[in-house]
Design a protein around this ligand. Structure first.
Ligand code: PDD
Length: 289
């Protein structure tokens, strides 16, 4: 990763950024984050990401130190400096702040530590168009407030590691016999040409890519239902997709080593990924603002 980043009011070279070891994010995972995809220098749904950032801050009672316009200014400067007119990823992180010493409780006057980076986009949809992904089903070991985009990602990281050890690239998580989402993605299945995704709840992250997929289905006469998905239904799906800002809409071709549907990215996925690429093009061509 090259270029500059934003840390607590300053723009500094990436390898020169420093933060206290008493930062509560470092010691307790006490912070929240956002990941915004950037295509040709344009944010994809920047407003929705900043609004979800606010929701996460509200949920754990960290005050937002910056107004919407100030966030956009920082983001634009980093894109301009690091990856102008290219595809990249904006990462925003706020931790509760730095303590004088290690303490579970925090003082009233603590101020958040703010980090923004702009790094290279490492994934393109074409990467999976031919191959597809392998997934495994694992029990969801996370807490019960998964709608908060917290930096406390230890359960997610451990679940992903378990999936990797099983030669898969994502874990689909089960809670109370329901398929909820992936360790770093939202879940869609297709059964008899109907697209189904679990309804938003406290047990999953309300993904921005998920919203786009639902909208694209609605606008293009693809039936899409927000409905709970039983573990059995998951195994019987014709298609499984995983959506996220960094991997777009990923078709799953094996689940627990068994072929999903025809064992290749399905027909409805071909349709939705094309609609998604068209939508991205529209965003890239739109005037700023
Ligand atoms: N993660 N669910 C979880 C648990 C996630 O971590 C993510 C994204 C999503 C998809 O949300 P969105 O479409 O808004 O990216 C769902 C990001 C990319 C990450 O942690 O890097």
């Amino acid at each position: 990763m090259l270029g500059i980043l934003y840390l607590n009011g300053e723009y500094v070279a990436v390898d020169e950024a420093r933060i206290s070891v008493f930062d509560r994010g470092f010691m307790f995972g006490d912070g929240i984050y956002e990941v915004i995809p950037v295509y040709s220098g344009k944010l994809l749904r920047g407003k929705a990401h900043l609004s979800r950032l606010q929701d996460s801050l509200d949920a754990i009672e960290i005050p937002n130190p910056l107004a919407h316009a100030a966030w956009l200014k920082i983001i634009s400067r980093l894109i301009e400096n690091n990856y102008p007119n290219a595809d990249s990823v904006i990462y925003l992180q706020l931790t509760r702040g730095t303590m004088a010493r290690r303490d579970h409780a925090w003082p009233d006057d603590i101020e958040p530590n703010v980090l923004v980076t702009c790094s290279e986009q490492v994934y393109t949809a074409q990467d999976t168009a031919t191959a597809g992904a392998r997934a495994v089903v694992l029990q969801d070991t996370r807490w019960s407030d998964c709608y908060i985009k917290t930096t406390n990602l230890l359960p997610n990281a451990l679940l992903l590691k378990k999936a990797r050890d099983m030669d898969a690239s994502e874990a689909i998580l089960i809670r109370d016999n329901l398929a909820i989402e992936g360790s770093q993605s939202n879940l869609f299945i297709v059964k008899d040409e109907i697209v189904i995704t679990p309804p938003k709840s406290r047990y999953m992250l309300g993904g921005i890519t998920r919203e786009i997929v639902i909208e694209l289905c609605q606008q293009n006469n693809i039936i899409c239902r927000e409905k709970e998905i039983g573990e059995d239904e998951l195994h019987q799906a014709d298609e499984i997709w995983l959506s996220s800002s960094t991997r777009e809409i990923l078709p799953v071709v094996t689940l627990n080593r068994h072929a999903v549907g025809i064992g290749r990215p399905g027909i409805v996925w071909q349709q939705i990924i094309q609609l998604y690429q068209d939508y991205k093009l529209k965003v890239m061509r739109a005037p700023d603002g």
